[in-house]
Design a protein around this ligand. Structure first.
Ligand code: FMN
Length: 324
């Protein structure tokens, strides 16, 4: 079976099925644009507060802006109910998204306390109502991101997916963990297999523990999902998309050289500077550096220096210390 293939989500036709997952604090448009260049077929925004949009909050709106090379803008919204989502529609539609996603997976207490994120797994009917209002009022394909349930004693992903699809969702992405499992232990891919089995004709996107191209191949093989969504495995590693495509199509791939890693890091940094200014970008970038330089000899010193760096010059100087 060919695992890499084009895919349609509603009326959106994508060249491939390797996605960048939504990640708060990471999938800003600087990083999305880099991942798209490196082979991501679709890149979700960070989660965007529907309430913030409804209130016309400028920093919130900034999260929904399209990257220069982003043909298909997929904005992930979070909110507690259909009314909040409905109030955000006029504002989010100004950004002309091709796809809208509803976050039903965020475990952060600040979010779940309001009834949003993974708290929605406790209210499958509300998920359906949120999908309905978006589908009806926007005409844009709607995807829904769920977990397997709130906890191990309430695994209701089938019910949540059913509500989503019955209300017109074009795809469901499942992070194969419960809310209480947060990001460990190992994701339970068998529930992705089960989800796909129950909805064989629907688009199912798999998420959870995709750290390498081999992981993605294994997820396709074991679960039958239609697309995979890289999250932590893509942090500081935009190469994972090309690697996965090569593995799926040719059976092998080449790892990036140190030079390529440094070049990607610097492109990322320059784009971030363009978005938020040099000082802030250099601070923001620190959290990405160790992932970019994973496995690179001599990177400890570079990480130490960049952990204080506030200019592109300081980054470049530190990176010049690497011998390759
Ligand atoms: C730092 C971080 C931020 C995240 N932010 C979001 C988010 O905004 N919306 C969302 O639906 N999931 C979010 N996630 C969850 C990921 O999209 C993904 O489902 C999860 O990390 C499982 O994949 P992984 O095990 O391959 O990392 C986030 C995960 C991480 C690590």
């Amino acid at each position: 079976m060919r695992h890499f293939h084009s895919i349609s989500i509603g009326n959106v036709n994508l060249d491939g099925n390797l996605f960048l997952a939504p990640m708060a604090g990471y999938t800003d448009r600087a990083y999305r644009s880099l991942c798209l260049e490196k082979g991501a077929s679709l890149a979700y925004t960070e989660m965007v507060s529907a309430e913030g949009l409804a209130r016309n909050n400028e920093p919130t709106k900034d999260l929904a802006v399209r990257a220069d090379n982003e043909k298909n803008l997929a904005v992930q919204l979070f909110g507690p109910d259909e009314d909040t989502i409905a109030r955000s529609i006029d504002v989010v539609m100004k950004f002309n998204p091709q796809l809208l996603d509803i976050n039903c997976g965020c475990p952060v207490p600040k979010v779940t306390r309001t009834g949003a994120g993974s708290a929605l797994m406790k209210n499958p009917k509300t998920i359906g109502k949120m999908v309905s209002v978006l589908v009806k009022e926007t005409g844009v394909p709607v995807t829904v991101k769920i977990r397997t349930g709130w906890d191990c004693s309430s695994m209701n992903y089938l019910e949540c997916a059913e509500q989503a699809f019955d209300s017109g969702a074009a795809a469901v992405c499942m992070h194969a963990r419960t809310k209480t499992q947060l990001y460990t232990p190992t994701a339970h891919w068998e529930y992705l297999t089960d989800l796909k089995k129950h909805f064989p004709d629907k688009v199912i996107i798999g998420s959870g523990d995709l750290f390498t191209a081999e992981d993605a191949l294994a997820m396709f093989e074991q679960t039958g999902v239609d697309a995979v969504s890289f999250a932590r495995g893509a942090i500081g590693n935009p190469f994972i998309f090309e690697e996965t495509r090569a593995l799926l199509e040719k059976g092998s791939y080449e790892e990036p050289s140190t030079e390529e890693k440094i070049s990607a890091l610097l492109i990322h940094l320059h784009r971030l500077c363009g978005l938020i200014g040099e000082n802030r970008a250099c601070r923001e970038m620190r959290k990405h550096v160790s992932q970019y330089l994973k496995g690179v000899a001599g990177s400890v010193k570079v990480k130490r220096i960049t952990s204080q760096a506030v200019t592109i010059g300081e980054y470049t100087e530190a990176l010049n210390l690497l011998e390759y």
